[in-house]
Ligand binder design. Structure first.
Ligand code: UD1
Ligand code: CA
Length: 483
């Protein structure tokens, strides 16, 4: 087997106690992917044929999360704890006699990108080392293993914080948990790792000292951006990682031609896509598989989840999930588009409007105070303020079908199932229980009747009655004056 072959081992078997979570640590999410998903994605791009993910805690959930990466093989860790044991079971699962390099990554170190892995690998091969550590200089190194160098400046060993003397703990060069090893040297050294340490675990980091004692070369290179070495062990670090990733994603889109006015309050998942000349205003979240086409203006105060936005559309102070917003459509302020809401080109969902599982045809408008559910709306329709589709009768959901160029009067209720023909109109306050044929005007409210003097007679002594008396007196005075 070729010496330059590459295997990648990703450690993901730990519980992550410090997260205090029922979700395994590596399945916590930042930027729309799991921590482990970020690591696996970067690893996959290196083109190795041997990518192994070590699992144990909640192994089924972790394995399931890898469904998008068919090339990746899960390896089970046994009851022996520690990163050393995790690496050992993965190495044992490589093809017999594998003599290439082994890149070891941590499932909880999500921000390091493939370029850095490549640089590490190049340096390792250039120096012909047996192990090369990716280290980082941190102003606050607490919690990390420290890289201890000898008088000549060569890496002597890594010491874990819990096992460190005060002097060792003051070292600011930390182990990022990313390393590359010469396969056979790693296998030999792991066989000699014990559990005689503060945590009673097989430490992968012991391999450095063992290799060094055997006269083998151990090197370290510094991560180009120390912040990417961040390991996620608790929720504070999770938020730190999310923020750093978001800064990276926002910057990437800015350089691709997207105007993002306030990077601090804009959150864009790594999984979303935007085109040049999109504008994103403050307090906006663009999440999941959302996509935004050129010229669209999103925000302020807007959240898009798995939502497609067409060119030139405007979405202001609104919330959309699994929705499709057509080109030049306008949404908000204060609209709520739920799963299956589809606005065709130039359609409008206005203020205090909720739409779900419905299509709104080209140029059609639902401008004010409405609920539209399980509805098909044709083209050129205007639903007056306060339109409600009553789609649920306590047993089943029913559809409302509204043809082209329909105008409904304010406060119309459509009791589904019901159909409104093309060009039809409804009167204000209509309750539509029966189909309306094309071109008809549907009225359901009784003609208005005014019962004169009712208030003065039945509500004598109230402010309303007094106001009414004054009004009548004033009328009489005017009448007299005119006579
Ligand atoms: C580890 C390193 C430390 C380094 C830090 C970088 C060791 C002993 N220490 O410490 O030097 O500075 O990472 O972030 O390696 N895991 C397993 N099986 C296990 C235990 C852990 O697969 O039995 C996995 C975890 O799921 C995790 C990774 O290994 O993804 C690291 O484990 P963790 O317990 O977080 O190690 P740290 O204490 O952070
Ligand atoms: Ca860790």
């Amino acid at each position: 087997m070729a010496e330059n072959e590459l295997a990648i081992v990703i450690l993901a078997a730990g519980q992550g106690t410090r997260m205090r979570s029922s979700t395994p640590k590596v399945l916590h999410r930042i930027g729309g992917r799991t921590l482990l998903g970020h690591v696996v994605r970067q690893a996959e791009s290196l083109g190795s044929e041997h990518v192994r993910v070590v699992v144990r805690h909640e192994r089924d959930r972790v394995v399931e999360s890898l469904a998008d990466f068919p090339g990746v093989v899960a390896v089970d860790q046994d009851e022996i704890p520690g990163t050393g044991r995790a690496t050992q079971v993965a190495v044992e699962a490589l093809p017999a006699g594998f003599a290439g390099d082994v890149l070891v990554l941590s499932g909880d170190v999500p921000l390091i990108e493939a370029d850095t892995f490549r640089a590490l690998l190049d340096e390792h091969r250039r120096r012909d080392a047996d192990a090369t550590i990716l280290s980082a200089e941190l102003a606050d190194p607490s919690g990390y293993g420290r890289v201890i160098r000898d008088d000549a400046g060569m890496v002597a060993r890594i010491v874990e914080q819990k096992d460190a003397t005060a002097e060792e703990a003051s070292v600011t060069e930390i182990n990022s948990g990313v390393y590359v090893f010469r396969g056979p040297a790693l296998r030999d050294a792991l066989a000699r790792v014990g559990t005689d340490n503060a945590q009673g675990e097989m430490y992968l980091t012991d391999v450095m000292r063992i290799l060094r004692d055997a006269g083998r070369g151990v090197a370290a290179i510094s991560a180009p951006d120390a912040r990417t070495a961040l390991g996620v062990n608790d929720r504070v670090q999770l938020a730190d990682a999310a923020r750093i990733l978001n800064q990276r994603v926002v910057r990437r889109w800015q350089l691709e031609g997207v105007t993002i006015l306030d990077p601090q309050t804009t959150w864009i998942d790594d999984t979303a896509t935007l085109e040049a000349d999109v504008t994103v205003l403050p307090n906006t979240h663009i999440l999941g598989a959302s996509s935004v086409a050129t010229g669209a203006v999103i925000g302020p105060d807007t959240s898009l989840v798995d939502t497609e936005v067409g060119a030139g559309a405007t979405v202001r102070r609104s919330d959309a999930t699994l929705a499709v917003i057509g080109a030049h459509a306008t949404v908000g302020p204060w609209a709520y588009l739920r799963a299956g809401a589809e606005l065709a080109d130039s359609a409008k969902a206005g203020t205090f409007v909720e739409i779900k599982n419905s299509t709104v045809g080209e140029g059609s408008k639902v401008p004010h105070l409405s609920y539209v559910g399980d509805t098909t709306i044709g083209v050129g329709v205007n639903l007056g303020a306060g339109a409600i589709t009553a789609n649920y009768d306590d047993v089943a959901k029913h559809r409302t079908e509204i043809g082209d160029h329909v105008h409904s009067g304010s406060h119309t209720v459509f009791i589904a199932p019901v159909r409104i023909g093309d060009g039809a109109k409804t009167g204000a306050g209509a309750v539509i229980r029966k189909d309306v044929p094309a071109g008809s005007l549907a009225l359901s409210v009784a003609p208005q009747r005014n019962i004169e003097g009712w208030v003065e007679k039945n509500r004598a002594g109230t402010a309303a009655a007094e106001a009414s008396e004054h009004a009548h007196d004033a009328e009489k005075a005017t009448d007299v004056g005119q006579e």
